[in-house]
Design a protein around this ligand. Structure first.
Ligand code: HEM
Ligand SMILES: *[C@@H]1O[C@H](CO)[C@@H](O)[C@H](O)[C@H]1NC(C)=O
Ligand SMILES: *[C@@H]1O[C@H](CO)[C@@H](O)[C@H](O)[C@H]1NC(C)=O
Ligand SMILES: *[C@@H]1O[C@H](CO)[C@@H](O)[C@H](O)[C@H]1NC(C)=O
Ligand SMILES: *[C@@H]1O[C@H](CO)[C@@H](O)[C@H](O)[C@H]1NC(C)=O
Length: 606
């Protein structure tokens, strides 16, 4: 197909492009004050090229395989020009993917769905280096950085620590006070609901799902993680180490320990499964639930998902045992764990990412799409991914469950909320309550603003590169002014006052304050930077590789079918007595007041 497109038309095109080629000027880097500045502080090397310092004042950009050449790797090679010319603008691609329902109704039912899904996976994951590269200690490639799994990886190396300003050479010598930044720009004034109709069922799924691989381990040092599997390992269900796992297991039929409250299955207490859980002092052990992830006592929404996955694991064990009466506890456990991981990835791609993206293309979890490509299996969680995922604006001002309004003091660390209402009522309530819009600023509840302050402080200590450098890393054009970056005049002028230069705007504030796409939860950057990390992590899982992705890995056809037909609704309704309203968005009626009856919506959604 490509060769026919790039026929005679391209020959003409190339001629034109070649005429426009800019001249290559060999400049030396010296500072205005005469003191010698590490030339890599200018972040001179473009297009993923590598800055190498030689002596005090010399540098070289290694342009190998970037498709560019010249001192700073800024001059495109011929094929790079062609590719640039043919590449659609991300906002245009996004517009097409989120509009033209009639077109997608056709595509969804043809081979084009597979073709486009494969394209999405390849284009996105090509932005993530694999094997991983830098980390917070190593701004150059090193064996230690590759091998030591305790570090988060980093897409862009840290800003050198001998630079004139915190972000290299741009901006003021001192960055704005993080508390002030959060107070003025991120803290909520009045709750702004997400225009995509995202609900709390989604918000708690996001938090529950991601905290299996975001487990920042500051006791080891900044930029470290406790989650050594670096991906979807269901460590939030089974614990992040073998010792913890063994304490959580029943050691019979592959199952996990549990307790019965009013005849319903819940995670066991820490008396029965003696693992450390993070609770404030004074919560007695009989009120602490033992869960794989040690912080999941924090929120009833996390406890709710922990309960659902526990029930699902034990349900799958029963099915496997019926299929394989000879299997021992260990094989039943291990196989059930693979099924849980598979179900998770299925739900995340086909429902969670589908919802977030707003795409009319029906996304598909099908690892075979990548079998004849050069996709690399494996994954390493990046610091940037963890920073980016601080979606605290999702959280509402209070929680409405079964006609009660719960304020934060009644909700946080209160283990009786879950057992008092039960899973069904919680699912129903969370599925009906709208979450906050993540992008656009001014939408973080005061209870969690300090988490945003912490994220900004962390990014400074770890010397993360500016937002615009990340824009470039993800093939997005850097912003040239604060007014281009946001339509909100107040945000633009505060940012201008605090940062002066758009090139010194920081990563996390950039993601949260960028203008959102029309009627969307995020701006362009959150999607274009988040999706690559996300899809690489999901498809890079070993179960997606050719040796693993087959029925026998999942206990045969029955187990494989469970993975391939998993849905959020089944996760809930196969593990509860009655089936509540369950979705990642609020019922359409409650969003648009379209006048449809509730039961109509239920049948539509379910
Ligand atoms: C009321 C609800 C929430 C509370 C009270 C809360 C609180 C916290 C706290 C205390 C931290 C640790 C901050 C630090 O150590 O500096 C944290 C980290 C984090 N939170 Fe939340 N959070 C909430 C909801 C959410 C939600 C809905 C998400 C959505 C994805 C989220 C994503 C994250 C992420 C990605 C981290 C970093 C984790 C890590 O690197 O270990 N949080 N949160
Ligand atoms: C390369 O980058 C440096 C630092 O930003 C700049 O001074 C120099 O002019 C650039 N060279 C070219 C050829 O653009
Ligand atoms: C195509 O997928 C989109 C997104 O899931 C959906 O809204 C639409 O109804 C689908 N169309 C068909 C025919 O499946
Ligand atoms: C990883 O690096 C940290 C910091 O240098 C060190 O404490 C830890 O022991 C290393 N881990 C391994 C497995 O070598
Ligand atoms: C915890 O939740 C239960 C059930 O909603 C409620 O009755 C109780 O008052 C809450 N505890 C606190 C300390 O708010």
């Amino acid at each position: 197909m490509r060769s026919s497109v790039t026929g005679s038309v391209c020959a003409l095109l190339l001629l034109l492009l070649l005429v426009w080629e800019p001249a290559c000027l060999g400049d030396e880097v010296t500072s205005s004050t005469g003191t010698v500045v590490n030339p890599c502080c200018y972040l001179p090397c473009q297009h993923w090229s590598v800055c190498v310092q030689y002596g005090q004042d010399k540098y070289e950009c290694d342009c190998t395989r970037t498709g560019y050449y010249g001192e700073n790797c800024t001059i495109p090679e011929i094929w790079t020009r062609v590719r640039q010319f043919l590449k659609p603008n991300p906002d245009v691609a996004h517009y097409i993917l989120t509009h033209f329902t009639w077109l997608w109704d056709i595509i969804n039912n043809t081979f084009l769905r597979d073709v486009l899904m494969r394209l999405v996976l390849i284009v996105r994951s090509n932005l993530i280096p694999s094997p991983p590269t830098f980390n917070s200690k190593y701004s150059y490639l090193s064996w230690e950085s590759y091998y030591n799994l305790s570090y988060y990886t980093r897409l862009l190396p840290p800003v050198p620590d001998d630079c004139p300003t915190p972000l290299g050479v741009k901006g003021k010598a001192g960055l704005p006070d993080p508390e002030l930044l959060v107070e003025k720009l991120l803290k909520r004034r009045t709750f702004r609901p997400d225009p995509q109709g995202t609900n709390l069922m989604f918000a708690f799924f996001a938090q529950h799902f991601t905290h299996q691989f975001f487990k920042t381990y500051n006791r080891m040092g900044l930029g470290f993680t406790k989650a050594l599997a670096h991906g979807v390992d269901a460590g939030h269900v089974y614990g992040d180490n073998l010792e913890r796992q063994l304490k959580l297991r029943l050691h019979k039929d592959g199952k996990l320990k549990y307790q019965l409250i009013d005849g319903e299955v819940y995670p066991p207490t820490v008396n029965d499964a003696p693992v450390r859980m993070s609770y404030p002092p004074g919560v007695p052990p009989e009120h602490q639930m033992a869960i794989g992830q040690e912080v999941y006592g924090l929120l009833p929404g996390l406890g709710m998902y922990a309960t659902l996955w526990l029930r699902e694991h034990n349900r799958v064990c029963d099915i496997l045992k019926a299929e394989h009466p000879t299997w021992d506890d260990e094989q039943l456990f291990q196989t059930a764990r693979f099924i849980i991981i598979g179900e998770t990835i299925k739900i995340v791609i086909e429902e969670y990412v589908q919802h977030l993206s707003g795409y009319r293309l029906q996304l598909k979890f099908d690892p075979t799409l990548l079998f004849n490509t050069n996709f690399q299996y494996g994954n390493r969680i990046a610091l940037e991914f963890s920073q980016l995922y601080h979606w605290h604006p999702l959280m509402p001002d209070s929680f409405f469950i079964n006609g009660d309004e719960l304020l934060y003091p009644q909700f946080l660390f209160n283990s009786s909320v879950l057992t008092h209402y039960g899973v069904e009522k919680m699912v129903d309530a969370f599925s009906r309550q709208v979450a906050g819009q993540v992008g656009g600023g001014h939408n973080i509840n005061a209870v969690v603003t300090r988490v945003a302050v912490g994220a900004i402080k962390e990014s400074r200590q770890l010397r993360m590169q500016p937002f615009n450098e990340y824009r470039k890393r993800f093939n997005l054009t850097p912003y040239t002014s604060f007014r281009q970056f946001t339509d909100d005049e107040e945000i633009a002028s505060v940012l201008e006052e605090l940062y002066e230069d758009i090139d010194s705007l920081e990563f996390y504030p950039g993601l949260l304050l960028e203008k959102t796409r029309p009627n969307a939860i995020f701006g362009e950057s959150m999607v274009e930077m988040g999706a690559p990390f996300s899809l690489k992590g999901l498809l890079g899982n070993p179960i997606c590789s050719p040796e693993y992705w087959k029925p026998s890995t999942f206990g045969g056809k029955v187990g494989f079918d469970i993975v391939n037909s998993a849905t959020l609704k089944k996760l809930v309704c196969q593990n509860t007595r009655t089936c509540p309203y369950v979705a990642f968005r609020i019922p359409r009626e409650e969003q648009s007041q379209s006048g449809k009856s509730d039961s109509e919506i239920r049948t539509e959604e379910l």
